[in-house]
Design a protein around this ligand. Structure first.
Ligand code: PMT
Length: 404
């Protein structure tokens, strides 16, 4: 790996693993330089990193080792990739808020290289709302995270918060710099919808559903990993933007319709996993509705069926719908496949305890129109299922091409 990697080490017990990371990066052929915060030095001395990287270690913004350059700018420009490992809640918070008060944070703001962040902290800190908010903000700003692993933590807790193993981080970096392979969706545009829609009643109330967006976000991530230009049109959810995906946030069915239509003409594949509201309040009150004596009723009107609209307009696009059913799932799925003029439909019985709304797993059956048949899949993680579904659809498409 003929690349220049700057490892920024911040203060947590996982600093000892950063020594192994630097060693393994150097063994893999990378040129590695290390920068440490004051608190990182409480755990391991700079000498360990100096020995492993065979380079000077940088700690103090004002300790200029070479008078011809300004060290933190020079290092920021030098790096092909910056890895913050371990990244404490503190450095994540500073970066999310543009704070530059030491050499690490100053360099992070100054670099135009990709920055990867490998958090390590106590499980409750990792789940803290402000930490989640900061991580989400950094995701939106284009930073890549290497998620911490689950297991025994130095603080005595068991949970998510362990710095990912150095070998795994090195593998991810190697993959990042490996020659691009010809991926099956390279040059294709894939539009995925995800999450619920919210249909406002008044400024403080809305009609919605329990979709978490996990299925749709997994599909978008899988499409991007297969090389597609991926547009993710998402209703309100609490998930970070998948890497390599263009995210369009919407609220209502009407906004989702507009965003999808404006990306439809040049799309190759559209996957509609969003749980779009079928009805919205006929009237949206501009002021909060007041309580009254007795019962109250809200008149509802139909939203536009986005998928059906796409089915009517479609030319060469491959159109993939979802069907969320609670009974006779396959029968209803078949009807939707035909009524909405789809190429594929992914049917899930949302009463299945291993599937449906909010779960990390799903149990689905794929129905195809071009190659009539049912393709059931066992319960699996939505992230895994998304990959398998795309691979199956690509395989069925290539079978159709070969037969014609
Ligand atoms: O988000 P998760 O928590 O991970 O949960 C995933 C999921 C259960 C939401 C997902 O797997 C799923 O089933 N999505 C489709 C939900 C749904 O709205 O199903 P439906 O049978 O009501 O609609 C059929 C299809 O028409 C869907 O592709 C839907 O996006 C589309 N539709 C529906 C109504 C509407 N007005 N416009 C639409 O495009």
């Amino acid at each position: 790996m003929n690349k220049k990697i700057l490892v920024c080490v911040t203060g947590g017990i996982a600093v000892y693993k950063a020594v192994a990371l630097v060693s393994k990066l150097a063994q893999a052929g990378a040129e590695v330089k290390v920068m440490m915060t004051e608190s990182a030095m409480e755990f391991v001395t700079p000498l360990s990193f100096q020995v492993m990287s065979r380079n000077d270690v940088y700690v103090d913004t004002f300790d200029e080792k070479d008078s011809r350059v300004i060290a933190h700018i020079d290092l920021a420009d030098w790096a092909d990739l910056v890895v913050v490992a371990p990244a404490t809640a503190n450095v994540i918070g500073k970066l999310a808020n543009g704070i530059a008060d030491n050499m690490v944070t100053t360099t992070l703001l100054a670099t135009t290289a990709e920055v990867w962040i490998a958090p390590a902290m106590n499980v409750h800190m990792y789940e803290n709302k402000s930490v989640i908010r900061n991580i989400n903000r950094l995701h939106e700003d284009g930073y890549r995270f290497i998620e911490p692993a689950e297991g025994f933590l130095a603080c005595g807790y068991v949970g998510k918060g362990r710095l990912e193993e150095p070998e795994k981080i090195v593998e991810l970096i190697k993959d990042r710099f490996s020659q691009p392979v010809n991926l099956p969706l390279t040059g294709k545009k894939v539009v995925v919808t995800a999450g619920p829609t919210r249909e406002r009643i008044d400024p403080v109330r809305y009609i919605s559903n329990f979709s978490s967006g996990k299925m749709g976000y997994s599909l978008a991530a899988a499409a991007a990993a297969l090389g597609a230009e991926t547009i993710l049109v998402s209703g309100p959810v609490e998930l970070p933007k998948p890497e390599g995906v263009q995210l369009i946030k919407v609220e209502s069915a009407a906004e989702m319709l507009e965003a999808v239509l404006s990306n439809f003409d040049d799309a190759d594949v559209v996957i509609k996993s969003a749980a779009v509201a079928d009805y919205r309040p006929k009237e949206q009150h501009s002021q909060k509705m007041k309580k009254q004596e007795g019962d109250s009723f809200i008149a509802l009107e139909r939203t536009t069926d986005i998928l059906k609209t796409l089915g009517e307009r479609k030319r060469n696009q491959i159109l993939v719908g979802f069907a969320a059913e609670t009974n006779d799932a396959i029968e209803y799925g078949k009807k939707k496949l035909s009524n909405k003029n789809l190429d594929y439909i992914i049917v899930n019985d949302v009463t299945d305890p291993d599937g449906g709304f909010g779960n990390d797993t799903n149990v689905v059956t794929l129905l195809s129109r071009k190659v009539p048949g049912t393709y059931p899949f066992e319960a699996m993680q939505k992230k895994e299922l998304a990959k398998v579904l795309l691979q199956t659809i690509l395989k069925l498409e290539s079978d159709v091409d070969n037969d014609s």
